[in-house]
Design a protein around this ligand. Structure first.
Ligand code: ZN
Length: 90
């Protein structure tokens, strides 16, 4: 699914929906506080339900914006966008 591929679509949707998390424009990792899942927005799929997460406002950013930092905060990599539990760079 290409729906969430790249930041352009995500930011456009988020801005249109709530005109707020512009800070996520430069973030790659997005945590779901309800499930303690960390999503890789570069590889997010429909199954990640990012727009639902944004709507819920139960999301978290990480600083630094890395998977190790997400793990340090107790988040587990999402099995949809981090299928092997490691970062995929392409
Ligand atoms: Zn995900």
């Amino acid at each position: 699914m290409a729906r969430w591929r790249g930041w352009g679509g995500v930011v456009a949707r988020v801005v249109a929906a709530m005109a707020r998390p512009l800070r996520f424009e430069h973030n790659r990792w997005l945590g779901d506080k309800r499930t303690q899942r960390a999503h890789d927005l570069d590889h997010a799929t429909d199954a990640c339900a990012i727009d639902e997460l944004m709507t819920s406002e139960q999301f978290a950013a990480f600083g630094p914006d890395t998977l190790p930092e997400a793990r340090n905060r107790g988040y587990h990599p999402c099995r949809h966008c981090v299928p092997h539990g490691t970062v995929v760079d392409d």
